[in-house]
Write a protein that binds this ligand. Structure first.
Ligand SMILES: C[S@@+](CC[C@H](N)C(=O)[O-])C[C@H]1O[C@@H](n2cnc3c(N)ncnc32)[C@H](O)[C@@H]1O
Length: 305
């Protein structure tokens, strides 16, 4: 399946993307405090903790309780140096406040899905097979992908597909969704794949990606309010860093990367370290095919502004 987000795995195990580069830019130190806003299975977090031994601390956030349970187990050897919190990274200022931490030495965001979520086969992120159209990374939130498909107006659906999926066939797809749900409400991923395939004339079916890739991306972004959350953490990030502290953001599609680029450029507290985004090398992409779309941008908190 071509990339619907950020998951990177090899044989079912989540492999952290751009790991060497993250360590090089964050330079974890033993007296440092670091944040991983997308803890996932704790791959990057474990490497940051190992590098910042013996005393470096890591605050890891994930809003998916299943990911968090695995991360806790994977990071257990680091004891109290690893603090795992179930929360949205958009709430990072409040989380740090609650822990009595005013500012940190580094923040990492590795956006999107883990392979656990993508390949789990039960949340509808993949367009292979038939899964419930859920797409919530945090199962405490109320609206699923099926809810949106079944309730949004034709125009709202078209806007969602166009703006969050950059899908040029947004209008015909929205019309077909409205027509199909009149007969039977959307429940499963195969229903949606079938609707999208029929809405787009065969000659416009993309060759390099699955015909439903962009629609799935759009729904996932909408269900999880991914861009809103990213804007919130990016606007708070500069304030939460100590002078000289760095923020590294790994994104997996152009909508995210544009937001990161703009936020770094507009934040007077930050100096951009990577003029152009860093991409994984050919070797990493061969081991981790899903790393291909990754882009990392890094900025540093300036002393005075
Ligand atoms: C690509 S994975 C991170 C993998 C991790 N870096 C590793 O090496 O194991 C992204 C994780 O971020 C979580 N996530 C996505 N958006 C989030 C948000 N707004 N707040 C908290 N967690 C989020 C997802 O649940 C997922 O577990």
């Amino acid at each position: 399946m071509s990339d619907p987000g950020s998951p990177v795995d090899s044989g079912g195990i989540h492999v952290p993307v751009l790991l060497e580069e993250v360590l090089e830019f964050l330079q974890p130190r033993s007296d440092g405090v670091y944040v991983d806003g997308n803890l996932g299975l704790g791959g990057h977090a474990g490497a940051i903790l190992a590098k910042s031994a013996p005393a470096g601390k890591l605050i890891g956030l994930d809003w998916d309780d299943r990911a968090l349970a695995l991360a806790r187990a994977n990071l257990a050897d680091f004891g109290a140096r690893a603090v795992c919190v179930r929360n949205n990274f958009a709430e990072l200022p409040q989380v740090l406040d609650g822990l009595g931490i005013a500012a940190v030495d580094g923040i990492l965001l590795d956006l999107g899905l883990s392979s656990l979520q993508l390949d789990g086969g039960e949340r509808g992120f993949s367009f292979r097979g038939s899964e419930p159209l859920d797409m919530r990374m945090d199962d405490r939130s109320s609206e699923t992908a099926a809810d949106l498909l079944n309730k949004l107006s034709r125009d709202e659906l078209a806007d969602m597909f166009y703006y969050f999926g950059e899908e040029r066939q947004a209008r015909p797809i929205a019309s077909m969704v409205v027509e199909d749900r009149g007969r039977q409400p959307f429940k499963t991923t195969d229903q949606l794949v079938d609707t999208v395939s029929r809405a787009i004339p065969k000659r416009f079916h993309p060759r390099r990606i699955h015909v439903a890739t962009k629609v799935f991306q759009a729904l996932r972004i909408a269900v999880n309010r991914e861009l809103d959350n990213l804007v919130k953490i990016l606007s708070a990030g500069g304030e939460l860093l100590k002078p000289g502290g760095r923020i590294c953001v790994i994104s997996f599609h152009s909508l995210e990367d544009r937001l990161v680029k703009r936020a770094f450029a507009e934040d007077r507290r930050l100096e951009v370290i990577t003029r152009r985004p860093l991409r994984p090398g050919e070797e990493e992409c061969q081991i981790n095919p899903r790393a291909r779309s990754a882009k990392m941008r890094v900025a540093e908190r300036v002393a005075e502004w």
